[in-house]
Design a protein around this ligand. Sequence first.
Ligand code: GRF
Length: 186
Amino acid sequence: MRDPKRVAILISGRGSNMRALVERANGYEVVLVASNKPHAPGLDWARSFGLPTWTWDSKGAGKEQWDQALGQALDDHRVGTVALAGFMRILSPWFIGEWRGRIVNIHPSLLPKYRGLDAHRRALAAGDPVTGCSVHLVTEDLDAGEVLGRVEVPVLAGDDERSLEGRVLEAEHLLYPKVLREFVRR
Ligand code: GRF
């Protein structure tokens, strides 16, 4: 039985959102951290926190094989909700179908604006006075699933990509645990 309150977090990199989800867990439990990058820095933190981790380098692995192996790891840990946090791999339609409605992601823009990469660069280039971040359901279409929560962040004079990313990340770290808590109850 998949228990929605048992959450797996998928990362590819530093995992600051993963940390926020773990440290602010409320109403859900993080039972697994999985990665397609065996050297993702976030994995070290997860291990040091005593969390189970699963990893298989996706480079060279067949797309469906990798996704099926991940699915097996999720079932082994009785995971019911999958939270992507800087996970830089497109999941296969098979996996998304298998976990439909149970996969969420955080994206650094006010969706539906700036789906895909370089959201901060695009917000700066457009001269937007406000940007933000969104938590959304994952579907087959990139960053296009139902938006579950968003928060606005001002763009300040003199902002560059780095400063803007830092300010939006702080907002992400508050938004994601809050939305996940509500999501696992629905
Ligand atoms: C965040 O900006 C998130 O919105 C995006 O990827 C970045 C991941 O950062 N999906 P981190 O690994 O959580 O620090």
